[in-house]
Design a protein around this ligand. Structure first.
Ligand SMILES: [Zn+2]
Ligand SMILES: [Zn+2]
Length: 403
């Protein structure tokens, strides 16, 4: 280990010249690795994971600490197991309803857990969830009515001949309209000063996306849910549909909207708003959703279980891509945001206080750190509860000192 320029045994970061404690493995200001290994940098929101990983929870729930991440993983596993078991027991209607609710419910628990709404009334955030669901139901019903009016469109069948309208409306129009509708709630919230952080924008985007996906699933499959269905062909017909509805579709929708909403918030303090980069991310989200729906439409044309399984593989592929994309956006945002703050050389509103601890590895943090010097976790990716608890103890400490 290099000891160059070490007065009082500090370690200067080569990227941003910040002085760090000599035992530091990561720079407290920019999060760069100090041990000399260039590959030593893990995912900033969960440093024990690599950036190129399909770890869902730390990607869509970056505020979760290492301990609560395990709880959410378990919640998702149980949540997905219920509809799958329901299908295997020949209850596709029940399975569809539970499948639609798995991801949104776990997400709302997470929002409550990390106390994202702070001192805001819970109603503000829940209103975004409800708004997203209402918009999904309304747009789906309108688009279906439009589709039903087109000659020769096979609205209820998934297999059969190619029809221009049956392709255009769900696979081109619906993604474009959907992305715009899904972004209404997150952009309104992200332009409020309490929620203008990139992490908040991302979180609201994911919430709006998963809620919209769930409401769309319920609306599209309403006929199946309300009338008794033959569940005897459960494995071949319903299992791929349920796995898609419960897990893959909300992941694709949530990540796509999360990426766009994060861009709306931007890196620094305050929100960036309607920039060219934001428009780019919006188009990216529309393309992702169009690819998702289009792939399901064309594999559906093949018909039978072959089509369903191919559709599932396609959805799995896109969900994996969406997770990787959101992770790289988050990683870059946390590291670039820190470099910007280091360049300004003041303490940012996310940096640690006195006697503060890392939420991931529970080691003490240097004052005004943006990263844990032991594990490299981003201090910005701590829940507001943890942040506020730290601020309180700091407040008490200074009060005690002056008394
Ligand atoms: Zn540095
Ligand atoms: Zn740590």
């Amino acid at each position: 280990m290099s000891q160059t320029g070490a007065d009082h045994a500090t370690l200067a970061c080569r990227a941003c010249t910040t002085q760090n404690p000599s035992a530091a493995r990561f720079c407290s200001a920019c999060g760069g690795s100090l041990t000399g290994k260039s590959g030593g940098r893990g995912f900033a929101a969960a440093p024990n994971e690599s950036v190129a990983s399909f770890a869902l929870v730390s990607t869509v729930m970056p505020y979760a600490s290492a301990r609560s991440t395990r709880t959410y993983k378990l919640a998702f596993l149980i949540g997905v197991a219920i509809p799958i078991l329901a299908v295997l027991f020949g209850q596709p209607s029940f399975a569809l309803v539970t499948a639609a609710f798995v991801v949104p419910v776990v997400f709302i628990v997470y929002l409550y857990d990390v106390n994202l709404w702070e001192d805001q009334p819970v109603a503000v955030v829940l209103a975004t969830v409800v708004l997203s669901a209402i918009l999904a139901v309304a747009s789906t019903l309108l688009l279906r009515a439009w589709l039903a009016g087109q000659p020769g469109s096979l609205i209820e069948t998934t297999s059969g001949a190619f029809n221009v309208w049956a392709f255009l409306i769900p696979c081109v129009v619906a993604p474009i309209v959907g992305v715009i509708l899904m972004l209404i709630g997150p952009t309104v919230l992200a332009s409020r000063p309490q929620f203008d952080d990139l992490m908040d924008g991302l979180t609201f985007g994911v919430v709006a996306g998963v809620t919209y996906a769930a409401a769309e699933t319920l609306t599209t499959n309403w006929a199946v849910i309300t009338s008794p269905v033959d569940g005897s062909d459960a494995l071949t017909t319903w299992l791929p549909v349920i796995i898609n509805a419960a897990f893959l579709k909300p992941i694709v929708f949530g990540c796509a909207i999360g990426i766009a909403a994060a861009e709306f918030s931007g890196l620094g303090e305050g929100y960036d708003g309607f920039t060219g980069r934001f428009v780019g991310r919006v188009i990216e989200a529309m393309v992702l959703l169009a690819l998702f729906q289009g792939g399901l439409y064309f594999t559906g044309l093949l018909g039978g279980s072959t089509g369903l399984v191919l559709g599932l593989v396609w959805a799995l592929l896109l969900a994996g891509m969406a997770i990787l994309r959101l992770r790289s956006v988050l990683q870059r945002a946390l590291l670039e945001g820190a470099l910007e703050a280091a360049a300004r050389a003041g303490s940012s509103k996310w940096s640690s206080g006195e006697e503060d601890f890392c939420a991931e590895c529970e080691m003490p943090l240097p004052v005004d750190a943006l990263f844990c010097v032991s594990c490299g976790a981003s201090v910005r990716a701590r829940s507001k509860d943890v942040r506020r608890a730290a601020a309180h103890s700091e407040h008490r400490a200074t009060e005690g000192g002056s008394a």
